[in-house]
Unconditional design. Structure first.
Lengths: 295, 362, 267
């Protein structure tokens, strides 16, 4: 592989990794506070994509309006799922909440199949993202440049919320010790709702970029990115927002480079994330940067 | 009076006479079931027979899955992988060399498999042993974690197996799968396997080993402190359940005659999960009951997917509604009826007698 | 005193991050002793038990039980060697019956493998019968026979503590570690417990080490006490010696003063 190809692959890896990272943040934030693997996260992403598709294709709204609208409505969906399905089980054994999350995940997928049909829908790429840049043999889609940049902006915004606002402080405190924070008079339910809203909005953003990248959507599209993003979150140390982004970037890079260097293993690409996950659990259960795995 | 009087969660320190009576009743029940199967085989239409076979196999899967998830409390999500393993191994062993050569178009099948063809029974046993071996090897990394991590890692293993089945052309024929598997599974195979599975698992659960498995579920730290090696007991439950899942997978392959990786996705595991949750995590008889309900109820639910006519109004069929219902059932059970149908209790003759003794009094 | 040595800890330490829970503990137990481990909250008593039983790996030091090093062994292995414990925060198998809880205790010593258990081979059947007999005897001993079919979590607090003792005895220990066995018991129950503990030592030739906050219970029962404070041994000796030790009085009063003034150091 020559330099140009390598550069191209690295840009591809960054793009894919950013998307994994955006999705992983939602997992890591919810897990950090509730110790719940929100199985439905990937399917929330799928719903976000359909919302954006309706806005952009059916109503002809500009892409950024569609994106914003999708983020807001998906955030709302995240909150509804939490309040309706997870909140009643806060005191139940953790496995009950996990089973419920699996149920919600399948519910969203199958409702998607019933309402939108199983046939993939084309997701038009806006002009800005559809340019092809070429420098010295490196050919990249403008989307691949924009995704990491927009991801960085979104991440910066999120970190501002987490580290510079009262809500963010409450979130960090909750992830340390829920009982004490409750005793101090913080409305934990509100904070959990905001966490779901933020995580879901980020999933919607990640999903819309994902849809532009491939460029099509279907009701089962959220499953694999969702699972892999969870692995990214574990890779980065679950509960750690920056770690989730780093984990996402690493996973994205690893997948792209596996295919680039060992094309005969391309078919096994989707298994890589899980092999990595098993490897981490064996050799470094705390993730790359992160806290201990819970018992 | 405690509820234990009628639903007995554990082995009974029962008097010998009651135990003899119960054994006789169980044998009688088995004979009655066999007579039922005989009548079904002779007189029912092939579709009903087919569904009854499916129901038996799903009961086997549910009972095995419940052993690790419900009895031992290790919430795992990989049965699709074990069933796939059993199905592929059995099919590859029973298919004739000519069939295999005809199926493997893209890449020829690897050597020893290309020439052998053995009868169903040894093939099933080999499939069960290989699946158990896979579970055994998998157990070493997997049981380093607990709870939701265990769930996600086992799910990951399931995905890896599916990806391998899709890509190992010369072994699995890739996405095309295997066709023309002889239709050898009948009611006797399916329900016979259920009888064997129930015999082994019920006996295990009601033995000292079963108590140890439940102790691991209830409190792993305390179980360890009482001299129970939690890791090896989880392994025991895991490999044993994998063995039966593998054998059931083999029979399933010889019932539906065509297999491909797309049949063994997480969706398959999801169906089993609904069954054991509805039956009551930890209850073996609950798992059997729920498996029968699921298979026949699921067929009945197909009605919602058909177009129908109500009071002269034509309602178009909604394909996919069945799965929406199933998802709602799972969420609903967790939210409103977390213990499922039987909770952790088991059906027992003693309970049945107590029930009848009560009736006249009330 | 030249009785045979059962357990010897030397330089045993446990650190969590910056906190030293137990600091270079030297400790010996002779066969047949009835000893106590006391100290204010957070002194490192339960951590010491956890290190003895293999639940917590020591950061440094040696630990010999019955003449062999046991550091690094799994808790189940250490239990099978003959060390059993109860838990401060009761950890019964809640959904199992009282009888089953005790039966579980025998499982670690079961000789029959799972196949002979499934097939109910004669060897297994005989073992199972013996287990039931012994379990009933143990329940009789702690006074819970009438409740053998109840669910463990339906028992009263004091009964649950007794059940934990019966379960620990089922594992056939040489050394029994009791973590606050009298906590939550009323005076009658406590008196009964004291009789039981003394009985166990005298008749079953057990060695017993207990952690307890009820000072009257400890002073009347134990022959030898070790006092921990902030992970260090501050006194050893007979109850009388310890009671009058200025360092012990200081530790208890100091802890109380601290507790009155604010939060006590973490438990």
């Amino acid at each position: 592989m020559d330099g140009a190809q390598l550069t191209q692959q690295i840009i591809n890896g960054l793009t894919l990794g950013s998307l994994y990272g955006l999705i992983a943040i939602g997992y890591t934030m919810v897990y950090g506070i509730l110790r719940l693997i929100n199985f439905a996260h990937g399917d929330v992403l799928m719903v976000g994509c359909y919302i954006a598709w309706f806005a952009a294709v059916q109503f002809g709204l500009p892409w950024w309006v569609a994106l914003m609208g999708s983020m807001v409505l998906t955030a709302l969906l995240g909150v509804i799922i939490d309040q309706g399905a997870y909140r009643p089980l806060r005191r139940a054994p953790r496995i009950s909440a996990l089973i419920t999350a699996i149920g919600v995940s399948f519910l969203l997928e199958n409702l998607g199949l019933v309402i939108f049909g199983g046939r993939p829908k084309a997701f038009a790429r806006p002009e800005v993202f559809n340019q092809i840049y070429e420098w010295g043999g490196v050919r990249v889609l403008s989307l691949s440049i924009w995704v990491p940049i927009l991801t960085a902006v979104i991440l910066a915004g999120l970190l501002l919320i987490i580290y510079r606002t009262r809500v963010g402080m409450a979130m960090r405190a909750l992830s340390r010790d829920m009982v004490t924070v409750q005793l101090m008079g913080v409305d934990t339910n509100r904070i959990v709702a905001i966490t779901f809203a933020l995580g879901s909005a980020l999933a919607a953003a990640g999903g819309v970029f994902w849809a532009m990248k491939y460029p099509q959507i279907n009701p089962l599209m959220g499953i694999l990115p969702g699972l892999k993003a969870f692995v990214a979150a574990v890779l980065g140390g679950i509960g750690n927002v920056v770690g989730a982004m780093i984990g996402g970037l690493l996973l994205g890079m690893a997948e792209i480079l596996l295919v680039a260097w060992l094309p005969e293993l391309a078919g096994y690409r989707d298994a890589l994330a899980f092999v990595l996950l098993i490897g981490i659990l064996i050799f470094k259960p705390t993730g790359i940067i992160g806290q201990e795995l819970p018992e | 009076m405690s509820r234990r009087g009628w639903f007995q969660p554990g082995p009974l320190p029962a008097a010998n006479t009651t135990r003899k009576r119960d054994t006789r009743l169980t044998i009688l029940g088995c004979l009655a079931a066999a007579a039922g199967l005989y009548l079904l085989e002779g007189h029912a239409d092939p579709y009903i027979v087919h569904m009854t076979c499916i129901a038996g196999l799903f009961a086997v899967l549910a009972v095995s899955y419940n052993l690790i998830n419900g009895v031992t409390g290790q919430f795992s999500l990989e049965p699709n992988a074990f069933v796939a393993c059993g199905a592929y191994v059995t099919a590859l062993l029973t298919l004739s060399p000519d069939e295999k050569a005809a199926s493997f178009i893209l890449e020829p099948i690897i050597w020893p498999l290309s020439v052998i063809s053995i009868p169903l029974l040894p093939a099933l046993i080999i499939a069960g042993i290989l699946t158990a071996l896979m579970a055994f090897l998998m157990g070493f990394p997997v049981f380093r974690v607990r709870g939701d991590y265990l769930a996600i890692v086992t799910l990951g293993f399931g995905e890896v197996i599916r990806v391998v089945a899709n890509n190992a052309q010369s072994l699995t024929n890739g996405p095309l799968g295997l066709k023309g598997i002889p239709h050898l599974t009948n009611l006797w195979w399916a329900w016979g396997l259920l009888a064997v599975t129930l015999f082994v698992i019920v006996r295990l659960v009601n033995s000292s080993y079963g108590r140890a498995l439940k102790a691991v579920r209830e409190d792993e730290v305390a179980a360890e402190a009482m001299g129970i090696n939690a890791f090896w007991h989880k392994m025991l439950a895991f490999t044993l359940s994998a063995f039966f899942e593998g054998v059931a997978g083999g029979l399933l392959a010889h019932l539906i005659t065509t297999i491909s990786p797309s049949q063994f996705t997480f969706m398959f595991t999801f169906n089993l999960l609904i069954i054991i949750v509805v039956g009551g995590l930890g209850s073996t008889t609950g798992a059997v009951l729920a498996a029968l309900l699921f298979t026949f109820g699921g067929e009945w639910l197909r009605a919602v997917e058909e177009p129908m006519s109500l009071f002269g109004l034509d309602i178009p069929g909604i394909p996919g509604m069945r799965m929406v219902f199933f998802s709602l059932i799972l969420v609903g059970v967790m939210l409103f009826m977390r213990k499922g149908l039987l909770g952790r209790y088991e059906f027992s003759w003693r309970w049945l007698f107590a029930l009848f003794r009560r009736r006249p009094a009330s | 005193m030249s009785r045979e040595l059962l357990l010897r800890a030397s330089g045993l330490s446990c650190r969590f991050g910056g906190l030293t829970a137990v600091d270079r503990l030297d400790f010996v137990l002779a066969k047949g002793e009835l000893a106590g481990l006391i100290g204010p909250n957070g002194a490192g008593k339960t951590t010491t038990f956890n290190m003895f039983t293999g639940r917590q790996k020591p950061s440094a030091g040696d630990l010999d039980f019955l003449g062999r090093g046991v550091i690094g062994l799994k808790p189940s292995r250490i239990n099978q060697l003959g060390m059993a414990r109860t838990f401060q925060n009761i950890r019964l198998f809640d959904e199992l019956s009282v009888l089953e809880n005790v039966l579980v205790g025998f499982h670690g010593r079961l000789k029959a493998n799972f196949l002979s258990a499934i097939l109910r081979l004669p060897g297994y059947a005989a073992e199972e019968r013996r287990m039931y007999e012994r379990a009933h005897e143990l329940l009789e001993l702690v006074g819970l026979s009438a409740l053998s079919d109840e669910r463990a979590d339906s028992l009263a607090y004091g009964q649950q503590r007794l059940l934990e003792i019966a379960r620990a005895l089922a594992t056939g220990p040489r050394l029994l570690l009791l973590d606050e066995p009298a906590a939550g018991m009323n005076p009658q129950e406590t008196a009964g417990l004291a009789r039981l503990v003394r009985d166990l030592r005298d008749r079953m030739e057990l060695t017993i080490l207990l952690i307890e906050h009820d000072m009257r219970f400890v002073m009347n029962l134990c022959e030898r006490l070790t006092v921990l404070d902030h992970g260090k041994v501050i006194a050893r000796g007979t109850p009388q010696q310890v009671q009058n030790d200025p360092a012990v009085i200081e530790a208890y009063l100091g802890a109380e003063a601290q507790a009155a003034g604010g939060e006590a150091p973490g438990a």
